[in-house]
Each structure stands twice: as structure tokens, then as C-alpha cells.
Ligand binder design. Structure first.
Ligand code: 2HG
Ligand code: ZN
Length: 431
């Protein structure tokens, strides 16, 4: 193979040939040329924090103290109204980071994140909040302050009430404080953006990234051509790789820059051998990484500029991931302006977004329950990380058995007999 690299502006004099054949592909690193080419912050997307009928809104904004950081274990204890990004910035001085990162980090509150079991961009690496939240405090319907504030990694004493509250969308208690296990802040971070000819190449490349990058892979995000066109056009952003059908954004983070680079280079060299991998760029410089991240993180904002957006947050088996976007596109035809897909490919979470100039009843009716039937047919989930909120609570049966929903309703009745905690949300009414 004959490919050249440029690292931080420097041409790396490293070439590979295979069977004497030159591969005409190049990379850019940090923008330098090579040749070819995610409550309480009210940031939820399913109306979970929106008062609809007779609700009273309780703000946790003033509960914004970060109470402690345990420098040995990496456990941060903070109040529910702390902004996610603020906690992360605070942790920097101790060498830790928040295990959760999402587009709304600058305004979302940790209490809301925990209440919705928010997923985000790095779940692939750091797991879900069900695992990272070691303890919490919540106020229950009768005013009891429920103290589940453990900071222990292991604690199998009785039922895990804490885990019941995580993801309950405020329907079983108001989370007031949390203890979160934080990973060590990485010393070296790199970001690769690849353009690919098809979803199957993207999937094969993502699988290769998982196996070749292993423990240093911290994010594996997918963007389709329509999404990329939307974010670049509507927000005047520049995509640094050649236009293609699909894009993969792969982030590595680790404790040893040299080791990580060697792994990443081996992965990229191998990937560039594939004819379907069309172009790529690699960045390690923070401002360049941030520019590339914007192409993914600002997609939701870019879509909003097109009018009304039907937003879907779906978990699917990887083989069905993009097929659903294509099926939906065919199903809706010219009734919509755009039907695009992006999301957390690394954990099977697709964000299917459909834009129309103005809200359309016709499109709404064409979309649901048709879409939920497609998702249920392949045993996917109608809400991967955003929750059910007000919008999807009555569709829960597409993803959960009737017996499970009935048990949820009994738990709700037991913990909130007067239905005063975030009513009309998350599960169908029983009262
Ligand atoms: C993200 O991953 C958020 O960016 C929002 O979960 C998803 O815009 C969306 O549909
Ligand atoms: Zn997401």
C-alpha cells in the first residue's frame, strides 16, 4: 500500500505497499492535507420535563453544589442541579472526567441526566449511568428523603432501589443528589473522521475499530450523507473529508499517547486498504477535534432550522440499523423534506430524524405506529436513551411485555399513590 500520513502538519515518511500496488488514498491530520479525499435542564426530547396539563414544575437549578471528589476512588458527589459540563470541568483538576458526555452538556443537569438514564457519545466506553451512578438521594411522593447515597462499587444488599430511580423520568421520586464513579481523564485523545461508500462498509469499519482499538476506543458515531449535508449547509460548517454516503467518527482516548497512536495508525492503515473507505482525516489538536465534533454534536440544531423535526431515538440490531432509515425514506417519500440517520453506532442507537417545513398530521400518522411496528419486528427499542416522556409513554408496549408494564404500573402506584410525581409521563396511566 502506498499511503502517506501527515501528523500535526508533518508529513510522516511512512509508506505501505501491497503487491506493488499503489493505493491512491490520503489522510489529513489536524486539517493538514494528505491527498484523496444528547429534566432538569429542560433539554429532554420527549416532553418528559414539559408541563402538559396541571403540573407544577420544580427547578433544581439552585441545587448546584459539587460536594466532594474522592481523589482515590474518583467518586464525585454533587447535587442534582449541577450542569454536566461544570462537573466535568471541576473534575479536571483531580485528573478525572465525567463518564457521560452529550451535546446538551452546557445546560443539562446531572439530576435530569440520571432521571432519564441519558446515554450520550461515550456510552460505548464508559457504560450507562445505571453502572456509573453508585448512589443517589431522592425525595419520594410522601416527602421522605430516600438515602441511597452509597459510594461503593459493590453493594448487593437487597433490591437496587437506586437503579429503579435511574431512568424513571421523575415518576418515582425527585433525584436531589448523586454519587458518580468517574474514569481517569485520558492523557491522549485523537479523533478520526472517515468517509465511506456504504453502511455495510461503515459497519465493517466500526467492527474493526472495536477489535483493533479495543480499550482505547471511546466513541463510534455514524452520520449519513443527508445528515452531513444538513449540518454543513445549515450551520456553515466544513466537512474535512470527501463527500460520501456515510461517515464514521471514531475517538480514541488513553493514558499513553504513543501506544494509542500506534494502534490508531495500524487500524487506519488497515482500513484504508478497503476500497469502500474513501477518505479520512485524523486530529489530535483540541481545536481541530472540536470542529470535527461539531459536525456530529450540532446535528440536532441544524435540523431544527428546516422547520418541524420528527425525532426518533431507536435501538436496533446492527444489521437493521441503516435499513430502517432507508425503509422510512421510501415509506414517507416526497411528503417530507429530509429523512436522515445518525447516532451512536457503537452501541446500536440510531437517531432517525425527519424534517418537514411545518408540523404535518399526515406525516405523523404515516410514521406512528408504522415505525414502532418495524422496530418491534426486529426486537429493537422505541427509546434507546431519551426516555418515553409524554410523547411515547403509550407506545411502551412496542418494546416491553404487558406483564412488565403492569409491574411498572404497580410500582408507580405503590411509590406515588396520588400520582403527583411527573404525572402523564413515562408509563401509561393507571389511575
Ligand atoms: C444526540 O445524540 C442526541 O445528538 C440528540 O441524543 C439526538 O438529535 C437527535 O435526534
Ligand atoms: Zn444521542
Amino acid at each position: 500500500m502506498d499511503k502517506r500520513w501527515i501528523r500535526d502538519g508533518q508529513v510522516m515518511d511512512k509508506r505501505w505497499t501491497r503487491d506493488g500496488q499503489e493505493m491512491d488514498k490520503r489522510w489529513t491530520r489536524d486539517g493538514q492535507e494528505m491527498d484523496k479525499r444528547w429534566t432538569s435542564g429542560n433539554t429532554g426530547l420527549v416532553g418528559g420535563s414539559v408541563p402538559v396539563f396541571d403540573e407544577v414544575v420544580i427547578s433544581t437549578s439552585l441545587m448546584s453544589n459539587i460536594e466532594s471528589v474522592d481523589e482515590l476512588s474518583g467518586v464525585v458527589v454533587c447535587q442534582a442541579g449541577c450542569v454536566l459540563e461544570t462537573i466535568d470541568q471541576h473534575l479536571e483538576q483531580f485528573g478525572f472526567m465525567m463518564p457521560l458526555d452529550l451535546g446538551a452538556k452546557g445546560s443539562c443537569h446531572i439530576g435530569g441526566n440520571v432521571a432519564t438514564n441519558a446515554g450520550g457519545l461515550r456510552l460505548l466506553r464508559y457504560g450507562s449511568l445505571q453502572g456509573s451512578v453508585l448512589g443517589l438521594e431522592a425525595v419520594t411522593a410522601d416527602g421522605t428523603v430516600l438515602d441511597c447515597m452509597s459510594s461503593l462499587r459493590k453493594d448487593n444488599t437487597g433490591y437496587h432501589i437506586k437503579n429503579l430511580l435511574i431512568g424513571s423520568e421523575g415518576t418515582l421520586g425527585i433525584i436531589t443528589k448523586v454519587a458518580i464513579l468517574c474514569p481517569v481523564r485520558p492523557q491522549a485523545i485523537s479523533l478520526a473522521l472517515l468517509s465511506l461508500d456504504s453502511f455495510s462498509t461503515a459497519l465493517a469499519t466500526a467492527c474493526r475499530a472495536k477489535s483493533m482499538l479495543g480499550e482505547i476506543l471511546s466513541s463510534c458515531e455514524f452520520i449519513d450523507a443527508s445528515s452531513m449535508e444538513c449540518v454543513t449547509k445549515n450551520l456553515n460548517l466544513v466537512c474535512p473529508v470527501a463527500a460520501a454516503n456515510c461517515y464514521l467518527l471514531l475517538e480514541t482516548s488513553g493514558s499513553n499517547g504513543e501506544h494509542d497512536q500506534a494502534k490508531l495508525e495500524a487500524f487506519l492503515e488497515r482500513s484504508m486498504e478497503e476500497s469502500g473507505v474513501q477518505d479520512g482525516t485524523l486530529a489530535s489538536e483540541p481545536s481541530r477535534m472540536s470542529k470535527i465534533w461539531q459536525l456530529r454534536e450540532r446535528l440536532a440544531e441544524a435540523l431544527l432550522l428546516e422547520g418541524y423535526v420528527f425525532k426518533q431515538d431507536i435501538s436496533l440490531p446492527l444489521t437493521e440499523y441503516y435499513a430502517l432509515v432507508e425503509k422510512t425514506r421510501l415509506h414517507l417519500g416526497n411528503k417530507v423534506s429530509r429523512c436522515c440517520g445518525y447516532g451512536h453506532l457503537g452501541d446500536g442507537n440510531l437517531h432517525l430524524n425527519i424534517t418537514v417545513p411545518h408540523y404535518s398530521h399526515e406525516v405523523a400518522r404515516m410514521l406512528e405506529p408504522w415505525l414502532w411496528e418495524q422496530v418491534a419486528a426486529c426486537r429493537g427499542s422505541i427509546s434507546a436513551e431519551h426516555g418515553l416522556g409524554f410523547k411515547k409513554r403509550n407506545d411502551i408496549h412496542f418494546s416491553k411485555a404487558a406483564s412488565a408494564v403492569a409491574l411498572m404500573q404497580q410500582i408507580k402506584k405503590l411509590m406515588d399513590p396520588k400520582a403527583i410525581l411527573n404525572p402523564y409521563k413515562c408509563i401509561p396511566d393507571i389511575y
